[in-house]
Ligand binder design. Structure first.
Ligand SMILES: [Cu+2]
Length: 300
């Protein structure tokens, strides 16, 4: 049963956002259609059976008070309307159930296990993230960075009271309960820096309203490169400082990391020089150099 759904529906759906949008549009469309039919039929009958003086009462077969309507054409109309409604409602239930099974299980890629996995631990009043990806690990607090277009698996728990981890724009919400883990997934479709995209949705204490932080969705190759280089934190800082963008290439990241290293070395050298200067008698050096310059000038 499950595989039939998967085969029928997989090409149509990728992200949670797509799924919920599709469900919303189908329900809106059908609801509008049914509404139009019902209102139009009501208007038609209101007009057809309007009160007209000239019309002889015998011409029209009106039901009278206390009489049960027998229905048009020997119950055909009744059967048709019930039948159609049943078909619409039952197919909606089956279709929506299939869609929601997909939301529960996630895309097939999640079963391969080569996707990004993040253990989220909520605590008053912050979210900490422990990434596992390509045999590497990375931990950070209040900074969520994910690759674009790749399924991300999250495993949510709490270290103190009840919280709820949520990203509205990705249609993600998972309860964070101490001692329990709540699994969910999402695929971020667009790169970008999203202000306060991650929020707590469970009133958890006096810091609850400030329990939110930014999210970055970066190019998948850039994310891989940063993870491989063990420089996810550096990537976040560089994007925040405007030195790199969410769509930068892995080469640009490499260049940035080299620049950082060079800067660090330069800083170290500066520090060494400063230490040397402190050791020397600074004033004496300066006077000597000035004298030498004067001497040279005199010779010319
Ligand atoms: Cu909260």
């Amino acid at each position: 049963m499950n595989t039939i759904y998967a085969e029928l529906l997989t090409p149509l759906q990728q992200t949670r956002v797509d799924v919920f949008e599709e469900i919303f549009l189908v329900f809106l469309g059908l609801g509008t259609l049914v509404g139009i039919v019902v209102v139009a039929y009501t208007m038609y009958n209101a007009y057809k059976y309007r009160d007209v003086e000239e019309q002889a009462a015998e011409d029209v077969d009106r039901p009278t008070v206390g009489e049960l309507p027998v229905g048009g054409e020997g119950g055909k109309k009744l059967f048709l309307s019930f039948g159609l409604s049943a078909i619409i409602v039952v197919s909606l239930i089956i279709w929506t159930y299939g869609m929601l099974l997909y939301v529960e299980d996630g895309p097939d890629e999640l079963e391969n296990g080569d996707n990004v996995e993040i253990d989220v631990t909520a605590s008053a009043f912050a979210f900490s993230y422990d990434y596992q990806y390509q045999d590497d690990e990375y931990s950070v607090t209040n900074e969520l960075i994910v690759p674009q277009g790749e399924p991300v698996e999250v495993d949510v728990t709490s270290s103190d009271v009840w919280h709820t981890f949520g990203i509205s724009q990705e249609r993600v919400k998972a309860d964070a309960i101490p001692g329990e883990s709540d699994e969910t997934w999402f695929v971020a479709e667009e790169t970008g820096q999203f202000e306060n995209a991650v929020e707590c949705f469970e009133l958890c204490g006096n810091g609850h309203s400030s329990m939110q932080h930014d999210m970055m969705v970066v190019d998948a190759d850039l994310f891989d490169a940063a993870f491989e280089a063990g420089a996810v934190g550096e990537l976040w800082d560089a994007i925040e400082a405007g030195e790199l963008s969410v769509d930068s290439s892995p080469e640009e990241l490499d260049q940035h990391l080299e620049d950082l290293e060079a800067e660090e070395e330069a800083d170290d050298e500066d520090d060494d020089e400063a230490e040397n200067d402190n050791d020397d008698d600074g004033d004496g050096d300066d006077e000597d150099e000035a004298d030498e310059d004067d001497d040279e000038g005199g010779e010319d």
